[in-house]
Design a protein around this ligand. Structure first.
Ligand SMILES: [Zn+2]
Ligand SMILES: [Zn+2]
Length: 68
């Protein structure tokens, strides 16, 4: 059985993620998000919705991107 790349627990129903060159096997969406999801360059929260880009940097919202 494969182990989760984030927490190391055996993945009973493995979730395989391949995103922008990062790939891994996870036991839950929470672990997959924790490892793979982009983070806001301003407040460092995990971006689960649509990211706002200012140049290369991803932000969680218009407010964080500083272009409000
Ligand atoms: Zn895990
Ligand atoms: Zn933010």
């Amino acid at each position: 059985m494969q182990n989760c790349n984030t927490c190391g627990a055996p993945a009973q129903r493995p979730i395989s993620v391949d995103f922008e060159g990062k790939s891994g096997i996870y036991d839950s969406f929470e672990c997959a998000i924790h490892d793979v999801a982009e983070r806001c360059s301003h407040c460092d929260c995990v971006i689960l919705g649509h990211a706002v880009y200012a140049g290369e940097a991803p932000y969680c919202c218009e407010h964080c991107s500083g272009r409000s």
